[in-house]
Design a protein around this ligand. Structure first.
Ligand code: HEC
Ligand code: HEC
Ligand code: HEC
Ligand code: HEC
Ligand code: HEC
Ligand code: HEC
Ligand code: HEC
Ligand code: HEC
Ligand code: HEC
Ligand code: HEC
Ligand code: HEC
Length: 410
């Protein structure tokens, strides 16, 4: 009590407005002061420290918080009464939440990182608990719609940094937030409030976020199908049965994963023409020979003009369960072609499917008939042009000589 009075006298003005109510509960508990004892001063509007920092805490929101029942000293263990021994110790959330603390420490967001073998550096840009969980005196359960980590609020919470152009530039990262909010997942979440749409933590986790270069990260290339497959299970299964999934499993570095065709943060509806045209080119980026022959055909010419109503790669090959022609289950296995082409051409006669959508007149080995026909047509064309070219030149010189002869006669 004496110490309290002395402290109070020492701080004179700052406490002059504080009521005497705090004395009562504080006297009752000398060892572990209750929240009420602390709040007697700290609920006062205008209470501030020497630097003018606002130290007011709303008692109602503290009482309603997840930590309301714990009281103040559970976190501020070093503060036993007033006056406080300044500076007060920093609160360590990991004291009780050891799991979250340990995960954060080993994540990309770790606050301390080794600058060299000896030197350890503080990264001030990295988020600590409060960057994501907000006001320490008003923390609500994570499934409460007011929590900053509630799915609908989370993109904005991560976006405080990952939507900041300066930070993006400093760390060489893309401005992920703006890409995400315009994506199909972002729109579903922020516009429609669809809780099952993917938010940042669905793909990255919350505390142990790792770089996509880390093989343990859910965003590591080889793990992406499983990460998307948490929600798109049917598609992931088809993908893994298909040639691309098989190639990925076999360790083929160039095998496409979900984000090769859909991107990670700018995922668009597959029904938009822009996406369909872009993806056709994307398939062609890896299968360039096939794109070239496709472009030569009727289907490809229509696509090249900017229309997407015609057959695109995946109309014949499927999008995810893509299999080589030699596999009897493949959509392009000879026995399945009538059904595949028939999706758009209806009942087709047997002859129709002999039309090869990738016919390459430059390939003699695979398409001898086409090759020689094309050669013959080219030779014929050349012959016709040569014949008529010579014919024209001779005709011209003859007409000139005839004219000069006529002039000489007159
Ligand atoms: C008699 C009023 C009073 C009581 C009771 C009181 N405080 Fe304070 N507290 C203050 C004042 C005034 C400051 C400003 C710093 C200073 O002058 O010591 C402060 C500062 C603080 C700070 C911030 C220090 C800083 O600047 O970062 C914390 C944390 C704090 N109090 C926690 C508590 C807790 C926990 C209790 C209950 C055990 C408590 N206070 C009880 C008046 C009080
Ligand atoms: C869940 C832990 C926790 C509990 C419980 C808690 N605090 Fe804090 N408090 C913090 C953290 C974290 C800070 C931010 C400063 C820091 O990191 O040390 C803080 C800061 C403060 C400050 C400084 C002003 C500010 O907002 O930065 C005051 C004053 C304070 N607490 C008072 C109290 C009082 C009074 C109670 C009880 C009613 C209480 N705290 C309960 C975690 C807690
Ligand atoms: C980068 C943002 C971020 C940081 C930093 C962060 N959290 Fe979390 N935390 C979350 C999200 C998001 C959730 C929601 C649960 C989820 O998605 O797994 C969560 C959930 C929790 C939970 C509920 C239990 C659980 O795991 O679901 C606790 C407790 C928790 N965090 C404590 C902490 C503590 C303590 C720290 C600091 C050591 C911390 N968090 C740092 C984002 C963060
Ligand atoms: C003295 C121990 C203690 C300290 C220190 C502590 N917490 Fe807690 N925290 C708890 C308890 C107990 C719960 C309630 C758990 C429950 O309801 O299942 C809780 C719950 C939470 C939750 C909600 C979890 C959920 O399931 O929704 C979050 C988030 C959280 N704490 C974050 C923090 C943060 C951030 C800090 C540091 C500012 C912190 N805690 C400091 C003990 C503590
Ligand atoms: C307080 C700012 C801040 C907040 C909030 C924040 N981050 Fe970060 N994040 C960073 C910084 C800074 C880095 C770069 C760390 C480094 O490389 O040293 C980073 C890195 C990352 C990376 C790794 C990038 C890489 O190198 O591959 C991912 C992924 C990431 N954050 C996701 C998230 C998610 C998801 C959330 C929300 C749950 C979040 N961040 C919240 C600051 C923040
Ligand atoms: C649908 C899954 C998914 C969602 C939702 C998602 N990410 Fe990502 N994110 C990824 C994948 C996969 C990568 C790795 C990209 C790569 O390999 O090029 C990544 C990469 C990143 C990177 C590193 C970028 C780089 O090029 O190094 C950051 C930062 C990041 N994400 C932050 C976020 C934030 C913040 C959110 C929420 C606003 C978010 N992500 C939402 C899947 C997702
Ligand atoms: C080789 C490129 C490619 C890869 C790899 C790929 N997709 Fe697709 N995806 C497509 C195409 C093309 C469509 C459009 C299908 C259509 O319009 O019929 C599509 C459609 C979708 C759809 C819309 C639903 C539907 O079937 O029409 C979802 C969801 C989807 N993909 C998720 C995934 C997931 C998850 C993965 C990874 C397991 C993945 N995709 C891998 C090309 C790809
Ligand atoms: C947390 C669950 C979840 C995760 C994880 C997830 N998605 Fe989705 N995704 C959804 C939901 C829900 C929709 C439907 C949104 C709508 O229709 O508004 C959707 C829609 C899509 C669509 C659009 C389908 C269409 O009809 O056009 C594509 C493409 C897609 N997701 C790809 C991916 C890819 C690629 C990944 C991994 C990088 C992924 N998703 C991860 C839940 C998820
Ligand atoms: C990132 C590069 C990449 C992209 C993009 C890509 N593929 Fe592939 N594709 C591969 C690889 C690698 C294989 C496996 C080849 C192997 O095992 O020899 C493959 C196999 C195939 C096969 C089976 C043929 C065979 O030789 O086994 C077909 C058909 C196919 N892809 C069609 C497509 C279609 C259609 C698209 C677009 C929707 C597409 N690919 C996009 C790399 C790609
Ligand atoms: C109209 C249907 C159709 C379209 C459109 C189409 N293909 Fe094909 N594709 C086939 C048929 C039929 C075969 C098998 C005959 C052959 O090997 O030439 C085939 C073969 C392939 C093969 C080799 C498969 C194997 O088993 O070796 C690849 C790779 C391929 N196509 C990629 C593509 C790509 C990439 C596109 C888009 C740029 C595309 N296809 C567009 C019907 C189509
Ligand atoms: C997604 C729908 C679709 C699929 C699947 C498809 N086509 Fe087509 N195809 C078209 C369209 C649209 C045209 C343009 C028809 C028109 O307007 O004359 C066309 C035109 C053609 C033409 C030239 C015009 C004609 O009708 O004679 C041939 C030949 C052809 N397709 C063969 C095939 C073969 C063979 C397959 C199967 C390997 C196939 N198509 C699969 C949509 C499709």
């Amino acid at each position: 009590m004496k110490a309290l009075r002395a402290g109070r006298a020492g701080r004179g003005l700052a406490l002059a407005t504080i009521s005497m109510a705090w004395l009562l509960p504080l006297r009752a508990q000398t060892a572990a002061p209750s929240a009420a004892a602390c709040l007697a001063c700290h609920s006062q509007p205008g209470i501030a420290d020497g630097q003018g920092r606002n130290l007011t805490i709303a008692p109602a929101s503290f009482a309603a918080s997840v930590h309301g029942a714990l009281g103040c000293p559970a976190c501020h263990a070093d503060i036993q009464g007033f006056p406080h021994k300044l500076p007060v110790a920093k609160v360590d959330c990991a004291k009780c939440h050891a799991g979250e603390g340990a995960k954060l420490k080993t994540s990309v967001h770790r606050i301390w990182r080794a600058a060299s073998l000896r030197l350890v550096m503080r990264n001030l840009d990295s988020p600590a608990c409060l960057n994501c969980h907000g006001n320490p005196h008003a923390i609500v359960p994570v499934n409460n719609p007011r929590s900053p980590v509630y799915p609908l609020n989370l993109p904005r919470t991560c976006g405080a940094c990952h939507g900041n152009p300066q930070l993006a530039k400093k760390y060489g990262l893309p401005n992920v937030y703006s890409m995400y909010v315009d994506s199909i997942h972002g729109m579903a979440l922020t516009r429609d409030g669809l809780l099952v749409a993917a938010t940042c933590t669905s793909c990255h986790g919350a505390h142990q976020i790792l770089s996509h270069n880390n093989p343990r990260s859910p965003t590591f290339r080889a793990r992406v199908p499983a990460t998307c497959g948490k929600c798109h299970a049917g598609i992931a299964a088809k993908y893994l049965r298909g040639a691309h999934g098989q190639a990925l499993r076999a360790g083929v570095a160039s095998a496409p994963v979900c984000i090769s065709c859909h991107t990670a943060h700018s995922i668009a509806s597959v029904r938009t023409t822009a996406w369909q045209l872009h993806t056709t080119a994307q398939c062609g980026g890896c299968h360039s020979q096939r794109l070239a022959t496709y472009r030569d055909t009727f289907h490809g010419q229509v696509t090249a003009l900017g229309f997407a109503v015609t057959a695109r790669c995946w109309n014949c090959h499927r999008a995810h369960e893509i299999l080589p022609a030699s596999n009897p289950k493949s959509s392009i296995a000879p026995a399945n072609l009538p059904a595949t082409c028939g999706q758009c051409h209806g009942q087709v006669p047997r002859g129709f499917i002999s039309y090869n959508p990738h016919a390459d007149p430059r390939n003699r080995r695979r398409f001898p008939g086409l090759y020689y026909t094309a050669r013959f047509m080219n030779l014929l064309l050349l012959g016709v042009f040569t014949f008529f070219g010579i014919h024209t030149v001779l005709w011209f010189s003859r007409s000139i000589s005839e004219r000069t002869a006529k002039r000489g006669r007159t």
